[in-house]
Design a binder for this molecule. Structure first.
Ligand code: C5P
Length: 304
């Protein structure tokens, strides 16, 4: 058997069609009912043998990608190697197309892709369950890009149940300049809850749950019903940190979107269009920062 010289894995971005955030737990995380939908915007991660762990990156927003051990893809490679008792002697080259720190889980996607690529390169043969376990250790949003499609994430968002999707959905994504820090957005959500007098702890906030109407809209492939059911409990928090996003949301709907929502912790805004042609027209109206993508998309896949 010849040793592999390089393995490339393609991995999708996600949009949260529902992000229901429960109270702050004693460990600082929040219980979620997180409905993930994979969208056809992809990063590619190529793993190849090297003297030591090294990250390189190319593509969109590349200046914002950390190239040191703090990169979640580097941590993924080190975790897998450590689990099997060897050194992570690998170069990971990340081709970015997913907005960086945009609320579309690009960093998490790269980590999931790095695990799959290194597992193949090293022939470690980790099971799907082991890979998913390592993804969950790396971050709450890391397991989903491994599986793709659509899924409900509970717990911190890492415990996934696949969901049925009955048709294609067409999106326009508008990335904002500069990212938002996920912990900062959760802290803003807690602050808004305390200021409203409702409190922010698990004892004070209703347990999060997926909305039956939203799950039915996904299963039925019904864009109009999905538009009416889109919900993000982090949206007000993201808007409190970046008030100009409200104008972006208004502009997308004025351009013909059925609905607009902040994606995850933001600042990317996601607009649902009735069809692909309308999505292209909305993107043309919104300008060069707008991208079209369809969902669902398949999870991390080795490129032949
Ligand atoms: O799991 P991950 O490392 O992606 O989480 C990043 C940060 O987002 C956490 O440190 C926490 O502040 C916040 N978070 C949270 N509740 C979740 C997921 C993330 O509070 N369910």
């Amino acid at each position: 058997m010849t040793a592999l010289t390089a393995v490339t894995v393609r991995v999708p971005a996600k949009v949260n069609v529902q992000l229901a955030v429960g109270g702050r737990r004693p460990d600082g995380f929040h219980d979620l009912a997180n409905v993930f939908l994979a969208v056809g915007l992809y990063d590619r991660v190529t793993a190849s043998p090297a003297e030591e762990l090294r990250i390189t990156a190319a593509g969109r927003d590349v200046a914002s990608v950390p190239l040191d051990a703090s990169n979640l893809a580097a941590r993924a490679a080190a975790l897998l190697a450590g689990r099997y008792g060897f050194e992570p002697k690998v170069r990971l080259h990340i081709e970015k197309d997913i907005p960086v720190a945009g609320g579309m889980a690009g960093g998490s996607a790269d980590a999931a892709a790095a695990l799959v690529a290194c597992d193949e390169l090293w022939g470690t043969g980790a099971s799907r369950a082991e890979l998913l376990g390592m993804c969950a250790e790396l971050g709450s949003d890391v397991p989903f890009p491994l599986v793709g499609g659509a899924a409900l994430g509970v717990g911190r968002g890492e415990l996934l149940t696949p969901l049925e999707v009955g048709g294609a959905f067409h999106w326009v994504f508008v990335a904002a300049l500069g990212g938002l820090s996920t912990p900062e957005v959760y802290r803003a959500c807690d602050r808004l809850r305390r200021e409203s007098g409702d409190g922010d702890t698990v004892a004070e906030v209703a347990a999060p749950a997926a909305a039956p109407a939203l799950l039915a809209a996904l299963a039925g492939g019904d864009a109009y019903a999905l538009a009416g059911a889109l919900a993000n409990d982090l949206q007000d928090a993201a808007l409190s940190l970046r008030p100009e996003l409200a104008e972006t949301l208004r502009a997308g709907v004025a351009a013909g979107a059925l609905a607009g929502i902040v994606s995850g912790s933001g600042p990317t805004c996601a607009f649902l269009a009735p069809d692909g042609d309308t999505a292209a027209k909305i993107a043309a109206t919104l300008g060069p920062s707008a991208r079209v993508a369809a969902s669902p998309a398949e999870g991390a896949t080795i490129v032949p």
